[in-house]
Design a protein around this ligand. Structure first.
Ligand code: M6R
Length: 613
């Protein structure tokens, strides 16, 4: 959840660190801090709140941090309130540490250290790392040995970077459960450690991801890697593809809006990788082999990615005749799931770093009974932990998503999952070739249709203006539009802070209808389909009880039902409706949030990559 960076080189690093933290701020923004070392001292700067508070603090100082080696952190609070004292780096006499993740046994370690006379100044779990290393240094251990001894007693999932007062060019980084990458810039004679390759993109494309349990010592010219057994190891460097991605918000006021408008392009790019546009055939190499004769599969994810899984369940069952079980990763990992022999498990995650999803995959990997369960990852980051630990991975081409609310990552997941459905329908012979071509054709049209919807976005602003007055909102949909209703409600909660809940439209009369009155708008997603008439009947039941309606549907249905507010959608094949109906619900949440003046890109209490449990 937190963003971490370490830089060692020949020039003062504090502005490089704050610039990097700007790119990492999407991971957490409760507080920020940095430390550099020079002339036998550690200079520490920390501020509560967003990064600009830290920048302002440094700007007011007469003596900015002089060191050419430093570490920085942007925090999403887990243990301890988001105060300056709890902000990272944490320091002791000899070391400063930035930490992402959770130290589960921190209470035990803290009380052992307190018995030795150590005084703690924060409420965080992270501070035990600092004092444990310091303790070993004071016993005469080298920085590497002190770090190794400390790592041996830490429990939990984490990535850390450590700065040493008496070694002003050296940093040590360690990874267990949370990602950490080394970057090398030969031009500037600098070496970096970061939780995120995106953050390093302006410096270098040459990246090496630490593997589970690895730790690394870096200086401006050198690095040495060690594995979990403290043995020196070699790891491959790759050229990361993220370098072109740091393009800012451009003409858009928020990343979220920019990312909504990128959808025609990125959904198109994702589809192009899987569809031969001339032959209208799907290419997903290896998927047939992985699925073999399996007639069932598991889909496991969190948050918005879980809603993508729910859409995929409907598509896979309908078109590929595969029986699908969807799970929240956080539930799956603790409930002794009954996996069938050889049943494929597909893990969906934009970041590929979500702690619960990763843990769920590891659980499947350890499942020893019967035939192995192949693990497939659907990720937006090819170098992510989930991709690297999977048997096979599929990549969406959304590009970096900076807005905390997932938009283009979701629609590209839906695009890839639609292609997966057709690939499996083809492999299993559940659809005639002509139907596969018709559905592939419908997918190819999606980017044009998204553009068509985006051109009418102004109509959504008026609806949003009214929606902003509501305190509770209900979303309804059926079939593959039910997960989109769930996604709509999540978006509204997440960025507009309005309480919203979604129901399968048919469930409304089993309880939620009791909530209907003139103060609670209902957003109805009702594309032309086999169940449209049913959804419109549910809408009529709400209207007759005085509930305001916002109908998102085709022009004909809107004309017939004359709701208070409506948004007309293009008529397309039902197969692609989940992707297209996502666009108005994203815009609705966005414009409602803007009307309310919330922090759209960095909503309160959230962070982009949820790398803690
Ligand atoms: O990176 P992941 O797709 O695994 O993330 C899962 C959720 O944390 C994420 O989708 C979250 O719900 C979004 N903020 C929703 O907009």
């Amino acid at each position: 959840m937190c963003g971490i960076i370490g830089i060692t080189g020949k020039r003062p690093v504090y502005t490089l660190i704050t610039d990097t933290l700007k790119r990492l701020e999407y991971r957490g923004y409760d507080s920020a801090g940095l430390a550099t070392t020079s002339q036998g001292r550690i200079d520490l700067w920390r501020a509560q709140g967003k990064l600009h508070n830290l920048e302002a603090l440094i700007a007011r100082s007469h003596e900015p941090p002089p060191g050419t080696c430093g570490i920085g952190h942007t925090r999403w609070a887990t243990h301890g309130r988001p105060t300056e004292n709890n902000a990272h780096p944490h320091i002791s006499d000899n070391v400063a540490v930035v930490h992402n993740g959770i130290i589960e046994n921190f209470r035990t370690l803290k009380s052992q250290l307190e018995k030795k006379g150590v005084h703690f100044t924060s409420e965080t779990d992270s501070e035990v790392i600092v004092h444990t290393i310091d303790h070993h240094l004071k016993q005469g251990d080298s920085p590497l040995r002190a770090t190794q001894k400390t790592l041996a007693c830490l429990e939990g999932a984490f990535a850390i970077v450590i700065l040493f007062r008496e070694h002003p060019t050296m940093l040590i980084g360690a990874r267990r459960g949370s990602p950490l990458a080394i970057g090398i810039s030969e031009d500037t004679e600098e070496m970096y450690l970061s939780s995120d390759a995106i953050a390093l993109a302006p410096f270098t494309q040459k990246i090496c991801y630490l593997e589970e349990g690895d730790h690394a010592v870096i200086t401006p010219h050198q690095f040495t890697l060690y594995n979990a057994n403290n043995k020196k190891v070699e790891r491959a460097f790759t050229l990361t593809a993220t370098s072109g991605a740091i393009s800012g918000k451009g003409e858009f006021p928020h990343y979220m809006l920019k990312e909504i408008y990128e959808q025609p392009a990125v959904v198109g790019e994702t589809l192009e990788t899987f569809i031969d546009s001339l032959k209208r055939t799907i290419t997903m190499p290896s998927i047939g082999t992985i699925f073999g004769q399996s007639t069932t599969c598991r889909l496991i994810a969190c948050g918005t990615s879980y809603y993508a899984a729910q859409v995929a369940r409907i598509l896979l069952e309908r078109y590929a005749h595969i029986s699908v079980h969807c799970d929240y990763a956080s539930e799956f990992r603790y409930r002794d799931p009954m996996l069938r022999d050889g049943q494929p498990c597909l893990f969906i995650s934009q970041s590929g770093e979500t702690a619960d999803t990763l843990a769920a995959m590891r659980l499947v990997r350890q499942h020893k009974k019967g035939k192995k369960n192949p693990c497939i990852a659907l990720v937006n980051v090819a170098e992510s932990s989930l991709a690297r630990e999977s048997d096979h991975f599929i990549v969406t081409h959304a590009g970096p998503e900076i807005g905390v609310a997932s938009t283009k990552a979701f629609t590209t997941q839906l695009a890839a999952l639609s292609c997966l459905t057709l690939a499996l329908a083809d492999h299993r012979g559940t659809l005639p070739q002509a139907t596969i071509q018709t559905l592939a054709n419908a997918l190819i049209e999606v980017p044009t249709r998204i553009n068509q919807i985006l051109k009418q976005a102004d109509a959504i602003k008026d609806i949003a203006h009214d929606l902003a007055k509501a305190h509770h909102v209900m979303y309804l949909g059926r079939d593959s539009l039910y997960p989109i209703a769930l996604e709509g409600a999540l978006k509204l909660k997440e960025i507009a802070y309005i309480h919203a809940h979604a129901h399968a439209a048919g469930e409304m009369k089993h309880g939620p209808i009791a909530l209907i009155d003139e103060t609670m708008p209902s957003i109805i997603l009702a594309p032309p389909s086999a169940v449209q008439v049913k959804t419109l009947s549910n809408m009529a039941e709400i209207a007759s009880r005085g509930g305001p309606i916002i109908l998102i549907s085709d022009a004909r249905a809107i004309k017939k039902s004359a709701p208070q507010h409506a948004f007309a959608m293009p008529e397309v094949h039902d197969f692609t409706n989940p992707i297209l109906y996502t666009i108005p619900i994203q815009l609705l949440a966005y414009h409602t949030a803007v009307s309310l003046g919330t922090d759209v890109d960095q909503p309160k209490n959230l962070a982009k990559a949820v790398t803690v449990e």
